[in-house]
Design a protein around this ligand. Structure first.
Ligand code: ZN
Length: 702
């Protein structure tokens, strides 16, 4: 592992932070160096500290411990991520016989210098009881790989030498802090402590030395593993490439099998993240992959993200070329077997726990499918990606260690104690998920004003939104408006021409590959044309029909297989038009194509009810722009429509506002609200039309 400490960079880093003491600034600097290495820490893992003097309100110098706060990532940490605690007080806690986790956290919170700072790490007392100024702690892959081998002490001494202390697994918190302090006091010459099946601590009085020691020990472990590695990786024994499982079939089946009804929270939807790196596919295809990889976490922190075991799903179990129903049955039974095992594990350990525990949902968070890849699962795209990141490191680390011996799991009781830690349990049931959390939506015509309003409301309700359009430039503009508000993981785009079946197929396949499936389809793409029938060319009519009518047909038709595979229903919400009930002269192509699409929507409602898919229509009128994005439709037809009505084009908005009963300006976000209403499935409604037009009697649905 590369040592990234750069003396000049460190000096500049300190100089750029005049508000920080030099010690704290260096602490931030080397913490970020550690956090940047995914082989050391992942997603909030690991922690670092520094002991320093700081003046209190009376001007007296006070000894404090700055320790990483929970919710901060080492790679991006700032001074605000290091709550300061009264170090003298923390040291006094050492005389106690026992200290519960709840009381320990209470002591932390009541001895912080800033009451608004984040909770200090659960490993705070380890840092407080050791005397060194700088302490670094990571869950380095290469180190933990050695600690999961049989006779880990022998391996660690061979790999790392004698200047280390080794501790068996001890729960983080007061007992670990006591054990670490005793170990150090008995052998003050040690430079590092390895916690079996957990990670490594290094320490020193200089920031650079503590960091150097971390990198040096991890590098030695890496060399030790590399020396044992075979010259060529084992040959895959898995399916031939031609038979590789198709993600477009597999992922929706998996989403369907994972999703469940939660009491009081409605249906919970899973985000999936597929990883297909060649080295992962090779690891999944190696002989004995199931035995090696269906084993426990590398470090107990991970259990919150990945659960202890992945689900290993071998496609070969369904025969060489399984039909869809066999495949669906295979996926379903594998997920339910996993759930049963998980419930049994919960029963086994909760019955021995001192206090009552509430079971977490028993679905897997990591699914391994030889030939397909690794799939991270979670209630949000972020959770799914975190599970996938951890699983990637876990698979490759286990594979490296396997050369030296079988992988030894951390005992189940410790896993249970982490997963069902009382402070984590206390957070359960607080905060309802957003109404559309975990759902995947597609809004076609994604480059226009209407899509901005619809997408913003879907995103605000928690959905992940794909915008599709034929115009990459307009798509990029809309995405750039939405991403700062809702985050890049929730706003995605795909180029797609709704009037071309192949393009729609490819677009939907891409969405399934990236998100796992589709729950909410909003056919919204539309074009318009002003021409009286006697002037309207057949070619122009066909062009408008191809987008407004066939486009709606094609996206619905191509989405149905996804809904069927997920097997839990879905929502189709067609952005129709007020013109369906109240057409206008010189607007025949638009009105007729919209009316045809509207009718297709009703047919879809009739046909798809049996698979729980609801189809509803929104009839809006006169939506011009949203958030600075113009409506492509109105850009084209607005002025012409006004000419057709013998009105001044500038008076267009007022004309549309004044012609409705409520004298309302209709906005894209109003349409978005209506989409969210249908998408949330709050009423048992399908085949319905909801006007969003301020009230136009001639367009009342009938
Ligand atoms: Zn740790």
């Amino acid at each position: 592992m590369k040592n990234r400490f750069d003396t000049r960079e460190a000096r500049e880093f300190v100089a750029a932070r005049p508000g920080c003491s030099e010690h704290l600034a260096l602490r931030i600097y080397t913490s970020r160096l550690l956090g940047r290495e995914s082989d050391l820490v992942l997603h909030g893992g690991g922690n670092t500290s520094v002991k320093d003097l700081t003046p209190n309100l009376f001007g007296e110098k006070m000894e404090v411990l700055y320790i990483k706060g929970s919710g901060w990532d080492l790679g991006r940490i700032e001074a605000a991520g290091f709550p300061a605690l009264d170090l003298a007080w923390l040291r006094r806690l050492r005389v106690l016989e026992t200290l519960s986790d709840e009381e320990m956290v209470n002591q932390f919170r009541t001895h912080m210098l800033d009451a608004t700072a984040p909770n200090p790490s659960i490993e705070t007392l380890v840092h407080a009881f050791l005397p060194h100024r700088f302490i670094d702690h990571t869950h380095a892959d290469a180190i933990v790989a050695l600690t999961h081998l049989p006779e880990p002490e022998t391996r660690l001494r061979e790999a790392l030498g004698d200047n280390i202390g080794i501790l068996p697994f001890i729960m983080p918190g007061f007992p670990l802090a006591q054990a670490m302090a005793q170990l150090y006091e008995a052998r003050p010459e040690i430079e590092a402590v390895i916690l079996l099946q957990h990670g490594i601590f290094t320490f020193a009085d200089q920031a650079q030395t503590a960091y150097d020691r971390m990198i040096a020990y991890v590098t030695r472990a890496e060399h030790y593993l590399a020396a044992a590695a075979p010259a060529a990786p084992p040959r895959p024994a898995g399916p031939a490439e031609a038979a590789a499982p198709d993600p477009v079939r597999w992922l929706p089946l998996l989403r369907g099998a994972l999703s469940f009804e939660q009491e009081g929270a409605g249906r919970r939807y899973f985000s999936l993240e597929l990883r297909q790196k060649p080295e992962l596919l090779a690891a999944l295809a190696r002989p004995g992959a199931r035995e090696l990889l269906v084993s426990g976490v590398l470090t107990p922190d991970h259990v919150i993200r990945t659960k202890n075991y992945p689900l290993f799903l071998d496609p070969a179990a369904a025969g060489p070329a399984p039909a869809e129903p066999e495949l669906a049955a295979l996926v379903k039974s594998a997920v339910s077997a996993y759930e049963q095992d998980y419930r049994a594990y919960f029963q086994r350990w909760s019955s021995r726990a001192a206090e009552a525990k509430t079971i977490l949902d028993p679905r897997p968070r990591v699914i391994l499918v030889p030939g397909l890849g690794l799939i991270g699962a979670g209630f949000s795209p972020r959770d799914a990606a975190i599970a996938a990141d951890i699983a990637e490191h876990t698979i490759l680390t286990k594979q490296q260690g396997a050369v030296l011996g079988p992988y030894q799991d951390l005992a189940e009781e410790h896993i249970f104690a982490m997963e069902y830690w009382s402070l984590e349990q206390a957070k359960l049931g607080k905060g309802q998920p957003a109404p559309l959390a975990g759902r995947v939506a597609l809004v076609t015509g994604g480059g226009g004003a209407m899509a901005v309003g619809i997408a913003a409301k879907l995103l605000a309700a928690g959905a992940r939104v794909f915008l599709s359009d034929i115009d990459a430039g307009r798509l990029a503009t809309v995405a750039a408006k939405l991403r700062p508000r809702f985050g890049a993981t929730l706003v995605d785009t795909v180029l797609m021409d709704v009037s071309a079946e192949d393009s729609v197929k490819a677009g939907l396949a891409e969405i399934v590959r990236r998100a796992g499936g589709l729950d909410i389809l909003v056919p919204n793409a539309g074009i318009a044309l002003v021409a009286r029938l006697e002037e309207l060319t057949t070619a122009d009519l066909a062009r408008v029909m191809a987008v407004n009518c066939l486009g709606v047909f094609t996206v619905i038709k191509q989405a149905v297989p996804i809904f069927r595979r997920q097997n839990y229903g879905g929502q189709i919400i067609i952005n129709s038009s007020k013109n369906v009930f109240d057409p206008g002269a010189a607007f025949g192509a638009y009105s007729a194509s919209k009316a045809a699409a509207h009718q297709l929507g009703k047919i879809a409602a009739l046909e798809l009810a049996e698979i729980g898919v609801r189809v509803n229509m929104i009839n809006a009128d006169g939506v011009f722009d949203a958030d600075g994005v113009s409506s492509g439709l109105w850009d084209v037809v607005g002025p012409e429509r006004m000419e057709a009505r013998k009105l001044d084009p500038a008076g267009l908005r007022d004309y549309y506002r004044n012609r409705n009963l409520l004298k309302a300006t209709v906005l894209a976000e109003h349409v978005g609200n209506a989409v969210v209403f249908f998408a949330a499935g709050l009423t048992p409604t399908t085949g319905a039309t909801l006007p969003v037009d301020g009230g136009i009697p001639a367009a009342f649905p009938r």
